[in-house]
Design a protein around this ligand. Structure first.
Ligand code: PAF
Length: 291
């Protein structure tokens, strides 16, 4: 076999095939990292694969556009799909295997179980996307139990999702280490997202303001200013820049996601806003004052 062919990831389309691949790795004493995705892959996803390779012998990526995490008026049908391009990118990033289940494999007839997480799921995106985090928690629980990896990697771009996954993995004693990987950004600060493909060129020019605003507010929080007036003024500035509706701009505890008045402990500044028809989210860490 040529070197190019031997670097193609193994493909599994069923849970049995996925488990056979994992059994093969385990028989060699190898550790496994899982990178769950919905495809339409960009550098952010590939960074997860590369980070996975640093900490495990084998990396398995999954591609599944999960219908249960989309609301009835959301973009499930038009969510970008590019299986061929995704497989080439995963091969170049060094993924060893790819799990490509269908909806029938993940949700066979009679499927009746949902994983819901209270607390961290409830505010922020949870308030605007009913059922979204239950869909995410259910599918990620399944993927973790199907592959039983040593570690699973998720982007910090979906920060609330990461906290939800950490919470249920701990609560359900799923023996997998959940790792967050910092957001990958364009040179102008825009967080990479599969949904950036929806932006018109005029919207794309405005989009980096989201990150710019977070950076400005984070500096002021670190300098000791109160969060409430900064957040109110920030929402106004986003609307003036052309965003709307602005769903939230919030400063919260980095782990519990409970609102914070000031940067007195590790915090996270998060935003969700529409730009035209595209919903964008972003977040950055805010270290405590003087840290
Ligand atoms: O972040 C995503 O792409 C998805 O929410 C995930 C974690 C793959 C679950 O479908």
């Amino acid at each position: 076999m040529s070197a190019a062919l031997s670097s193609q990831p193994a493909i599994a389309e069923t849970v049995d095939a996925l488990r056979a691949i994992v059994r093969g790795y385990r028989a060699e004493g190898e550790t496994v990292a899982l990178v769950p995705t919905m495809g339409a892959l960009h550098e952010g996803h590939l960074q997860l694969v590369r980070e996975g390779r640093k900490s495990a012998d084998r990396v398995i990526a999954t591609i599944f556009v999960n219908p249960t995490q989309f609301g009835p008026n959301e973009d499930f049908a038009r969510y970008p799909r590019d299986q061929e391009g995704d497989l080439a990118k995963l091969a170049s990033a060094g993924a060893n295997a790819v799990f490509l289940p269908t909806v029938a494999v993940m949700y066979p007839p009679g499927f009746a179980t949902t994983v819901t997480v209270s607390g961290v799921s409830e505010g922020l995106c949870g308030a605007f996307r009913p059922g979204h985090f239950a869909g995410v928690a259910t599918v990620v629980t399944k993927l973790l139990l199907q592959a039983l990896p040593d570690a699973a990697l998720f982007g910090e771009k979906d920060y609330q999702q990461l906290q939800v996954i950490k919470r249920f993995a701990r609560d359900l004693d799923i023996p997998v280490s959940i790792r967050g990987v910092p957001t990958v950004r364009e040179a102008d600060g825009l967080a990479l997202s599969s949904r950036n493909a929806y932006l018109t060129s005029a919207e794309r020019a405005v989009a980096p303001r989201l990150h710019g605003l977070l950076v400005e507010i984070a500096e002021k929080l670190r300098a000791g200013e109160d969060a409430a007036p900064l957040l109110a003024a920030g929402m106004d500035r986003l609307r003036e820049a052309g965003f709307g509706p602005v769903q939230y701009l919030a400063f919260v505890d980095a782990e519990t996601l409970a609102p914070l008045d000031r940067a007195e402990r590790p915090g996270r500044l998060l935003v969700a806003a529409y730009l035209g028809k595209t919903r964008l989210i972003d977040n950055i860490p805010v270290a405590p004052q003087g840290a």
